[in-house]
Design a protein around this ligand. Sequence first.
Ligand SMILES: O=C(O)CCC(=O)C(=O)O
Ligand SMILES: [Fe+2]
Length: 333
Amino acid sequence: MEISVKSLVPAPKPASVKALLESSIPCGYSNSAVLNLNEHDNIASETEESIPIIDFSLLTSSDPIRRSEAIHQLSHACQEWGFFMLVNHGVPESLMKAVINGCDEIFNMSLEEKETYESHDIWAPIRYNTGSNGAKSVSMWRETLRVLMHRPYSFPSELKAVSLGLEEFYIDKAMDLESGYELFVANFYPSYPQPELAMGIPPHTDCGLLTALIHNGVVGLEIQHRGKWLHVKPLPNAILIINVADQLEILSNGICKSVFHRALVNSSVTRMSVVMAYGPLHDKVVGPAPELIDIQGRPPAFTPMEFKKYMDLKQTKIAGAPPLLDQRRIRTV
Ligand SMILES: O=C(O)CCC(=O)C(=O)O
Ligand SMILES: [Fe+2]
């Protein structure tokens, strides 16, 4: 995935992006690793299509025709887009706002307090990071809080399985979801006077099976679709944005797509997003589901790998190396 990096000089370790903003020297932070978003990027025009909207109430409808139409839309969204917005999901708007406000309070704590949780160990139960967050060359205009969750586990897997033509609880059983991976991530992107020179999160795919995202209504998420960067325009009432992640592309033998996405910063307002990332049990070896392999028509598309190993490898970025998901891909000649 191409991002235009004008200078690879590492940025000085920032206090925190929020502290830098308050000390009114934000430009100094980003100048040393400038990302020019528009130079080579193919940005979709405002009039182009937007990501699919899936009505959760229809997915669970007692009317078999409406349910089957909704499942068909879900499978189209996962195969063609890798992203969709979920409406009528039943999560109260007040709860989503409370989560965002609670995270806002955390990011407004003193740097000393937040730094108590600073860690680069991806398996740490609570982890606070700021700025470059372990990436060696590119500074990011973001603070993050990550919390590894314990059960009860809430991965919405039945509908995914059904939309792939698998038995209802196939993913739950195959991936041991009862004790699977669940990571809460809060992203805080303070406003930045020259947003075209900063990056919230550079292009990436997510590691797990599925990711759900809520936000504070400020735009900034972009996804790759047919070679272009497409702006995700949140609907007026808070909704969840769901995306397919790497393990689901592997498990579905390449049928569902884990697509690149990135988070931009805003020139005048703080953007926040809260993400729940769901994955299999740590030691699960994830490969294409045998039911989705057809040696003639659809041979295995990925080599299997233990989820924990995949996660660890994903952190060790080697300059110029292809994305990890592509490294796992089996090329047919
Ligand atoms: O903030 C966003 O919109 C995207 C966040 C994201 O992609 C992530 O945390 O993996
Ligand atoms: Fe992501």
